[in-house]
Write a protein that binds this ligand. Structure first.
Ligand code: DQA
Length: 160
């Protein structure tokens, strides 16, 4: 019997970053650390590769663009990692887009919003997320990749 040589490639993980995260490194380093978003992107690519996965790394300061990234992820991604930054606490539009995703969704934050101001305690993203990883700096992103890999490797039908 002929050997099937076609490789079935898993779709990339979309790692989506919201407003002001483009200024990481310079932005309130006592809260968010000194690592730039570009450096986080490289670390994420390596971590995804260690799981045999790839990552598409995206950032926007605009709510509508973040919604468009999520709409694209519906058919182009195997999972979504999202740090919606300030929109975490305000955006019904991002929640609606997340609720359409038949994919693992991990919410990440560099800081731990639960330890900060009251207005950061509400997360619209959390209402549609498989899970949340917060407060671990850059490691929040890397552990989120591990989490997506674990969900994808898990029993069929595991989504949220
Ligand atoms: C953040 C936490 C949010 O409350 C804040 O608005 C951000 C960054 C974090 O990664 O810790 O912009 O999402």
């Amino acid at each position: 019997m002929a050997k099937n040589t076609s490789k079935s490639k898993t779709l990339p993980i979309y790692i989506i970053n919201g407003p002001n995260l483009n200024l990481l490194g310079a932005r309130e380093p006592s809260i968010y650390g000194h690592t730039t978003l570009g450096e986080i992107e490289k670390l994420c690519a390596a971590r995804a590769k260690s799981h045999g996965l790839s990552a598409v790394f995206l950032q926007s300061n605009k709510e509508g663009e973040l919604v468009e990234f999520l709409q694209e992820a519906r058919t182009a991604a195997s999972g979504v990692i999202i740090n919606a930054a300030g929109y975490t606490h305000t955006s019904v539009a991002i929640l609606d887009a997340l609720q359409m995703l038949p994919l693992p969704v991990i919410e990440v934050h560099l800081s731990n919003p639960a330890r900060r101001e009251d207005f950061r305690h509400l997360s619209y993203v959390a209402k549609a997320a498989t899970g949340t990883i917060a407060g671990l700096g850059v490691n929040s992103y890397l552990l989120a990749i591990d989490a997506v890999a674990a969900v994808l490797a898990g029993p069929k039908g595991t989504r949220k």
